[in-house]
Design a protein around this ligand. Structure first.
Ligand SMILES: [Zn+2]
Length: 197
């Protein structure tokens, strides 16, 4: 293991992994980042090896993403897992190369603003996610699309009685026989025929 590693400087001591909280600044904002190194128990040298160097770079980038208002690698992983996507599927759906999501999630690389917006949108809206899947005709994901539930409530059964005003013309002959100035038309209300209801 790492703590058995011999010191590369004195060749006698063993290296012990250490973490130090370090204040770092990015775009005028300060943050504390846990930086890793190894310390020799004999000569006291502090060495940052390849593994520690990578971890430190990720820790710093993670902090910078937060300052830039970008999702962290952890948040991106959570979004991908929410939709049960492999990293390859996520890249195919959202864009980026085949290893893009591995890099985003490990904070090896900062993703773009448009990528950030897209991921935030699908995090917020499952509907948006499935619409994207459909837009891209992503067959293996389409199969998993939940059956859409209708957004209307069951219509209440309304019985509407239609009343129609039917105008009846008083036959002219009959009108002539009327002894007074009758209206030419009479109006009466009848129930609408069955087929209209
Ligand atoms: Zn040493």
């Amino acid at each position: 293991m790492d703590d058995k590693t011999l010191c590369s400087l004195c060749g006698e001591g063993h290296m012990t992994p250490r973490t130090e909280n370090t204040v770092t600044e990015y775009r005028g904002q300060q943050g504390t980042v846990a930086l890793q190194y190894a310390e020799c128990d004999v000569c006291g040298s502090e060495i940052v090896g390849d593994a520690e160097g990578r971890a430190n770079k990720r820790a710093v980038l993670s902090f910078r993403k937060t300052v830039d208002g970008l999702l962290t690698g952890e948040e991106i992983r959570a979004i991908r897992e929410k939709y049960q996507l492999t990293q390859a599927q996520a890249a195919k759906l959202f864009g980026g190369g085949p290893v893009a999501f591995s890099k985003y999630e490990n904070d090896d690389v900062a993703h773009s603003d448009p990528m950030d917006n897209l991921l935030r949108l699908v995090r917020r809206s499952e509907e948006a996610f499935w619409e994207l899947v459909e837009e891209k005709q992503f067959e293996e994901l389409l199969k998993r699309r939940p059956v859409r539930t209708a957004h209307y409530s069951a219509p209440e059964v309304l019985h509407v009685v239609l009343m129609v005003h039917m105008e009846e013309h008083v036959p002219m002959q009959a009108a002539k026989r009327l002894p007074y100035n009758a209206p030419l038309r009479s109006t009466r209300i009848v129930e609408a025929p069955q087929w209209m209801q």
